[in-house]
Write a protein that binds this ligand. Sequence first.
Ligand SMILES: Cc1ncc(COP(=O)(O)O)c(C=O)c1O
Length: 395
Amino acid sequence: MLAKRMNDIGGSPTSALIAKVAELRGAGENIISLNVGEPDFGTPAVAKIAGIKAICDNFTKYTPSPGILELRREISKKLERDNKVIYGMEEICATVGAKQAIYNSLMALVDEGDEVLIPIPCWVSYTDMVRLAGGTPVFVSVCEDYALDLDAIEAAITRNTKAIIICTPNNPSGAVYSRDSLERLADLACKHDFYVIADEIYEKLIYDKDCEHVSIASLGDSIRDRTVTVNGMSKAFAMTGWRIGYAASTRTIIKAMKAIQSQTTSATNAIAQKAAIDALRYGDQDVHLMVCEFKRRRDYVVKRIEELEGFTCRLPQGAFYALVDVSNVIGKQTANKTIQNSFDLASYLLDEAKVALVPGESFNIKEKVRISYSNSIENIDKAFNRIEIAISKLR
Ligand SMILES: Cc1ncc(COP(=O)(O)O)c(C=O)c1O
C-alpha cells in the first residue's frame, strides 16, 4: 500500500522518545528529561511582542515563498556580521525550521544514486532526509575527539559523491569544527566537485573563549558557491515552535529551493517571520544570558559525568549536549537482563531512575548516550543522583 520509499524511512527516534516520556508523565511517573533537543528558556520578549503585533495588525496572510523581504534583509545582515559571508536577497530562503532548509537543499541537489557523506555521530534526521531525496547516505567516522576526519572523508569520496552534511557545533557530540579542518574540507569539496550543506543551527551556543564558530562558506568564493549555509531561530533564540529556519546559497540553488517550497509549504508562518526579525535585531542580550546559563550547566554536567563509575565524556565545546561513553557499563546485569547496548541502558535508566536520555544508536554510534543539559541545574542534579543509584545496582 505504501510507496517503496517508505521501506527505509522511520520516524525520528528522538521524537518517539519525547512521546514516550509524555505518556509516562501522563501515567503519573516523575520523569526528568535529559533527552530534549530544545532550549528550556522562553522566547525573547522582543520576539513575542512582534508576534502579537503581527496578529493584531492582521499580518496573517500568505507571504512570498522565500519569506518577506524585511526578514531576508535581516538574515543577510546577520550572515555578513556574524558569519562573514555576503548573500543577496535572491540568495536567501526562509524555511519551516532549519529542518526544511536541509530537506529542501537535499531535494534540490540530490539525484537517485547520488551519495551524501555524513560524518557520524550525526543528527537523527540527516540519514532519512537523504534517503527521501533518493540519495544514498555514506557514513564517515570522525576522530576520537569528534573532530572531522579529513582522511576518512577523502577515502569515502567516489564519482557519485554529491554532497556532505556537516553540523558545527555538533549535535550530538558538542564538537566545534576548527578553521583548519573546514579549510581542508573546502579544498576537498572544490577538488572533487561536491556540495557542502553546513548546518549551523547551534552556532551561538559555544562556551569557551578559545573556540570560534567558522562558517565554511566564508572561506572563499569557490566554497561559498558550493555551500548551502543552514541556520535558524530555534536554538539560539529558543524559538523551536515558531518554525523559522533559513538557507543561504547561490541564486541557482536558492531558486530551486524556493520552487520546492512554493509547491509544498508555500512559505513559513507570517507571524513567526515578524517575530524572527525582532529577535535578530534586538535579541542578542537574551542569547547571551542563555549561553552563560548553558555554560554553567555544561561544566556541572561534565563534572557529574566524570564522577560516575563507568561513564566518561569529552568536554563539549558547543550545543547543549554531552555525548557520554558508556562502554564500561555495557555487558552489566540488571535484576533481570543484560545491558547489551546503549539502547538497553537508556531503557533501564528510564525505568529504574526515571531519567530520559537518548541512546547513541539514534545518532549512528554505539556505546554512547546523549545527555542534554537543557534542564535546570536542580533537575540535572536530581537526575544524576538517581542515575548514580541505578548504576550502582548493576552487577
Ligand atoms: C543539528 C540540528 N539541525 C537542525 C535541527 C532542526 O532545527 P529546526 O527547529 O530549526 O527545524 C535540529 C533540531 O533538533 C538539530 O539538532
